[in-house]
Design a protein around this ligand. Structure first.
Ligand code: SF4
Ligand code: SF4
Length: 289
């Protein structure tokens, strides 16, 4: 099975549009993973039927036991994150700010601070007409999205029996969720667009992906909006020996498809043609038929 992640240097480049299009036209047995857990929306495009729902517990958070607390305030003095606050004449942990470092449990002379697991989101498996999908929802204000991505990938792997392709819609950027997504993948398709900052983001993303030994491909979305910068992106890819597997033109049908919550490839259009060509190039490089 080939594990392929679709990523981008920043949000808004059309990454999910490309991932959804590949999922829609892949024509190989596949399992899908929505690793963009901070803004998961593959499920909006594929009308999944929910199979399982699980709580996601992230790192523990502190809680003060009011029965044992003697109101000395030592814990608040030592909390570097300002998470221990005074409310209703008592010390309390503000869970939104607690980073789970545990210092308060160490300094409290009364043993009044407990570390407890906190529910940060939910993990789902679902069936779609384009294969099984592992996805998740992170509750507002919750962290640990890298940990959640790892859990989503594990669920996707557990659904992958008989699949030739694990296709992940990755997060934008180069942070912890991206690293959790790329780790263990065979290949990464970076979706970029012609812009000076997008080129800079692409360079940073390539540097990070290279550390994981994955094959790297690039797709340039809306390439015809600034052909001079598009040429610079292609020059950069040539120098780095990265295949530009596809170039997708600006196409109002993409906006219409996004508005209607459908993969763009459900209708014939210049973008659909370009996405089919991208799929051919990419899958042929990856040995997928
Ligand atoms: S250090 Fe312990 S006893 Fe002192 S305020 Fe904090 S929880 Fe209460
Ligand atoms: S666990 Fe760390 S961040 Fe959370 S309240 Fe205690 S000292 Fe502050």
């Amino acid at each position: 099975m080939i594990r392929l992640a679709v990523t981008s240097g920043k949000g808004g480049t059309g990454k999910t549009m490309v991932a959804a299009a590949l999922a829609d036209i892949s024509a190989v047995p596949q399992v899908l993973a929505d690793c963009d857990v901070d803004a998961a929306n593959l499920e909006l495009l594929f009308e999944p039927r929910r199979l399982t729902t699980e709580e996601f517990r992230g790192l523990a958070a502190a809680r003060i036991d009011p029965e044992r607390c003697r109101d000395c305030g030592i814990c608040a003095d030592h909390c570097r994150f300002g998470a221990i606050v005074r409310r209703n004449d008592a010390w309390e942990v503000d869970a939104l700010h607690c980073e789970g470092c545990g210092v308060c449990t160490y300094v409290c002379p009364m043993g009044a601070v407990l570390m407890e697991p906190r529910v940060c989101g939910e993990i789902y498996t679902s069936a779609t007409d384009r294969g099984n999908l592992a996805h998740a929802r992170l509750f507002p204000g919750s962290g640990n999205s890298g940990l959640l991505v790892t859990e989503v990938k594990k669920r996707a792997a557990s659904l992958a029996d008989g699949a030739d392709l694990l296709l992940a819609d990755g997060p934008p950027g180069i942070g912890c969720p991206l690293i959790a997504t790329v780790s263990g993948m065979d290949a990464v398709l970076i979706v970029t667009e012609p812009g000076v900052s997008a080129l800079h983001d692409l360079e940073r993303l390539v540097t990070v992906c290279r550390r994981f030994g994955v094959r790297i491909f690039v797709a340039i979305n809306r390439f015809d909006l600034a052909e001079d910068i598009c040429a610079r992106i292609e020059d950069y890819c040539r120098e780095e020996e990265i295949l530009v597997a596809g170039k997708i033109p600006f196409d109002p049908s993409v906006i219409e498809a996004v508005r209607n919550g459908r993969p763009v490839t459900r209708k014939e259009s210049p973008a659909t043609d370009a996405l089919r060509e991208l799929r051919e190039n990419l899958f042929s490089e990856l040995g997928l038929r």
